[in-house]
Design a protein around this ligand. Structure first.
Ligand SMILES: CC(C)[C@H](C(=O)O)[C@@H](O)C(=O)O
Ligand code: SF4
Length: 464
């Protein structure tokens, strides 16, 4: 019987099998940020332990960082102390630290791939749920808790029960105006936020083969929002091309050796999955969410479903629409919006800024819309400037902020005020996620751009 991509990578990393228990897995790469690491480092200190492989560990500051005036001291005392703790811990243990203002600084899941830390066939963890992003390269990447961060820092291993395997296949060609974010929101709307709980997903088929690396990252990033432990895509020429020559990617002989392994990383014919889903690319249109979880999404031209159509918990459904101040059966197109957020580890990469700029080019931002355009990293910021995208954005009345998680979860000053409606390219639309009382519509960069210029929820296909 053939093996799946997931099995191939998992099995080569099992250090020990525990009878009827979890596997002990070796972890190749460990990303660290300021929110989930301080307690883990404290744990090491208390137990007198060292970081086992500092060279496999990389720290960046992203959640608490301001997105303007990054050259000034951070005002918020909690943020400042977490950022300082990260810096000191990294220094003490000899870990690469890309803090605020560092040229390589950015969101943890954006900088990993940018510097070649993320490569095919590795195991990769971070105390952060969207670690699934790195699966786009054919890595097994997943989020862990703070106590596990301590475990990995001290032993470079983790105990994990082996998840079940799911394959999601989408063949066909995506229509104009339909982006990787729409593909992901479509899948979650079909599977629900718990549809993949207990599974590790592999994305397969023409749509993912055709997709850019940035797009694959967007899709894998959102795997966690359907409950999956992670998601992955088999590496191909596009993957190898993307990683070649990056700072931490193997070079010379090491590259050739790695390629011999990487080229084996695909699911064999006849390999069996515990669950399979198949969708058709032609059925996917630009998506928008209308509720308070990422599974409450629909094609932008549709109407908000009634509780009856959705089935299941009627009162939870009604409460969710109540929070959003929406009615069953309403159109989403045409709803007045207040904020637009382009950024996050879901859609804060160069391709997302290109897509946004392609729509707003030659138009003007609606006066009543506050727009936060936040690159995922300094590297993205530099590319925005180099490619002339900044000029297009400025011309259309937009400003660019400095890198960080920003309004994705509003752990810094970028908070959407209570009651205000935001079209956001991030990944979670939970109650208050973007600030207490804020209301979030998840969408693609193109939907965000079209809505930013009209001031109401807008189908980007109007502008194509
Ligand atoms: C702060 C961190 C633990 C959290 C996560 O794990 O996802 C954050 O990144 C988020 O997106 O909610
Ligand atoms: S951008 Fe958002 S989802 Fe990504 S790591 Fe930061 S807070 Fe989490």
């Amino acid at each position: 019987m053939g093996k799946t991509l997931f099995d191939k990578v998992w099995d080569t990393h099992v250090v020990r099998k525990i009878e009827d228990g979890p596997d002990v897995l070796f972890i190749d790469r460990h990303m660290v940020h300021e929110v989930t690491s301080p307690v883990a480092f404290l744990g090491l200190k208390t137990r007198g332990l060292k970081v086992m492989y500092p060279e496999r560990t990389f720290a960046t500051a992203d959640h608490n960082t301001p997105t303007i005036n990054q050259h000034l001291p951070v005002e918020d005392p909690l943020s400042a102390s977490q950022l300082k703790a990260l810096e000191e811990n990294a220094k003490e243990h000899g870990i690469s630290h890309w803090g605020l203002g560092h040229e390589k600084n950015g969101i943890v899941h954006v900088v990993g791939p940018e510097y070649g830390i993320t490569v095919p066939g590795v195991t990769m963890v971070c105390g952060d749920s969207h670690t699934s992003t790195h699966g786009a390269f054919g890595a097994i990447a997943f989020g862990i808790g703070t106590s596990e961060v301590e475990m990995v820092l001290s032993s470079q291993c983790i105990m994990q029960p082996k998840p079940k395997k799911m394959r999601i296949t989408i063949n066909g060609k995506l229509s104009k105006g339909v982006s990787p974010k729409d593909v992901a929101l479509y899948i979650i709307s079909k599977l629900t936020t718990s549809g993949a709980t207990g599974y590790f997903a592999e994305y397969a088929g023409e749509v993912f083969e055709e997709m850019s690396m940035e797009g694959r990252m967007t899709v894998c990033n959102l795997s966690i929002e359907m409950g999956a432990r992670g998601g992955m895509i088999a590496p191909d020429e596009k993957t190898f091309e993307y990683i070649k020559g990056r700072e931490f990617t193997p070079a010379g002989e090491a590259w050739d050796k790695a390629m011999t392994y990487w080229e084996t990383l695909k699911t064999d014919d006849g390999a069996v999955f515990d669950k399979e889903y198949t969708f058709d690319a032609a059925d996917i249109e630009p998506m928008i969410t209308y509720g308070t979880n990422p599974g409450m999404g629909m094609g932008i031209s549709k109407q908000i479903p009634t509780a009856e159509q959705v089935g299941g918990g009627v009162s939870t459904y009604k409460k969710s629409l109540g929070y959003m101040q929406f009615e069953e059966g309403e159109d989403m197109i045409g709803k007045k919006i207040d904020y637009v957020f382009l950024g996050s580890c879901t859609n804060g990469r160069i391709e997302d800024f290109r897509a946004f700029a392609s729509i707003v080019k030659g138009k003007k931002k609606a006066d009543h819309v506050t727009a936060w355009l936040v690159p995922g990293s300094h590297k993205v910021e530099a590319a925005i400037k180099e490619e002339g995208i900044l000029d297009v954005l400025t011309e259309a009345g937009f400003k660019l902020r400095e890198p960080g998680c920003s309004a994705c979860l509003a752990m810094n000053d970028d908070k959407v005020p209570a009651g205000k409606l935001a079209v956001s390219t991030s990944n979670r639309n939970f109650e208050g996620r973007q600030g207490p009382g804020s209301r979030t519509l998840l969408a693609s960069p193109m939907v965000a751009a079209a809505s930013a210029v009209t001031g109401v929820v807008t189908d980007p296909r109007e502008f194509l």
